[in-house]
Ligand binder design. Structure first.
Ligand SMILES: Nc1ncnc2c1ncn2[C@@H]1O[C@H](COP(=O)(O)OP(=O)(O)OP(=O)(O)O)[C@@H](O)[C@H]1O
Ligand SMILES: [Mg+2]
Length: 302
């Protein structure tokens, strides 16, 4: 079931050119003001103040913007406002022709099924940093420290994820990157489920070895995932896998890279030991782990 994009945009409440113009002004000022003063918006428009007031009223009613100190004083852009801008871009550039159902609604991102103009199935990930859980944000904060608000943090996270995917595609099983705008990353859809949610798995060791190969290939491409777990590995019934969710990645040259790599490897090995009772891997794979992490394989089985 696919919701045509124009329908979705209509849901945002028959937005006009003026409305999009106001949203764009809000977006341009994201890094400058915590709350964009009314006067700043007024100075930036090329239409009348009456139209501006009408537009602000509508955007506020639809919750695309918010006026924490009262109307005509200052406004902030909400995620919904940034979504509207992103969706308009995705539509006008012809990246997606319809948005489908949510396939992953989580702490940090909402992922939707979508369809390209050519009928290809896509995954559209809307970052939502700062929503209810701060835990993961705390972990990635280091790289986001200079941003002023969560919307900017989400834009930064989307940029980071897209950059990782561009570096890795073709070398590591990751969803092929298609496009990024603002806080939204579009990739190919992988029709698998999270490894963590499987209740049966044939040939668990083989799957583990594929993941180790993928970690190694990413490392060779200069990238450490840094949040690798069974939740961020998707798997299909045929056993093919995909490593997802890369916004917090670091370069191999990062001072903490080996620590993060070790943690990723440990997460995966202990998951397979605990859940699937895989406690031994072939010596050549032990060697891979020792080579990339610089640590004896024994520490992973303690
Ligand atoms: N390319 C994709 N193909 C298919 N499903 C995907 C894809 N990307 C993400 N998903 C689904 O959306 C979920 C969330 O995606 P992701 O792990 O990238 O975001 P997240 O930041 O971890 O969000 P959450 O807070 O929900 O865990 C995934 O667990 C998966 O079920
Ligand atoms: Mg995830």
């Amino acid at each position: 079931m696919s919701l045509p994009l124009h329908e979705l945009v209509r849901r945002f409440g028959e937005l006009t050119e003026e409305d999009y113009c106001v949203l764009s002004i809000m977006e341009r000022n994201l890094g400058k003001f915590r709350e964009v003063p009314y006067q700043v918006i007024l100075q930036s428009i090329k239409f009348s103040e009456t139209k501006l007031e009408r537009s602000l009223e509508k955007l506020h009613r639809l919750r695309l913007i918010w006026s924490p100190k009262g109307k005509k004083i200052a406004y902030v852009l909400n995620y919904l406002g940034l979504d509207a801008l992103a969706l308009r871009t995705l539509s006008s550039k012809g990246i997606i022709s319809g948005l489908g159902m949510p396939i992953g609604m989580g702490k940090e991102a909402d992922v939707y099924d979508a369809i390209s103009r050519e009928g290809r199935r896509l995954a559209v990930k809307f970052f939502r940093i700062g929503r209810p859980s701060f835990k993961k944000y705390e972990r990635v904060r280091e790289s986001l420290v200079r941003v002023h608000n969560y919307l900017e943090a989400s834009i930064k996270a989307a940029q980071m994820e897209f950059k990782a995917l561009l570096l890795l595609v073709g070398k590591v099983p990751v969803p092929a990157p298609v496009y990024r705008t603002r806080h939204v990353v579009v990739t190919e859809l992988f029709e698998g489920i999270e490894l963590a949610s499987l209740s049966e798995l044939e040939n668990a060791e083989k799957v583990l070895l594929k993941i180790i190969d993928a970690i190694k290939s990413a490392y060779e491409a200069g990238v450490v995932h840094r949040d690798l777990s069974a939740y961020n590995v998707l798997i299909k019934p045929d056993g093919s896998i995909m490593l997802i969710d890369w916004p917090q990645w670091v370069k191999r040259s990062h001072p903490q890279a080996s620590l993060y790599l070790e943690r990723d490897v440990k997460n995966i090995l202990s998951f397979f030991a605990r859940k699937w009772d895989v406690r031994n891997i072939p010596p050549e794979y032990e060697k891979i782990i020792e080579e990339i992490t610089g640590k004896s394989i024994n520490i992973y089985y303690e």
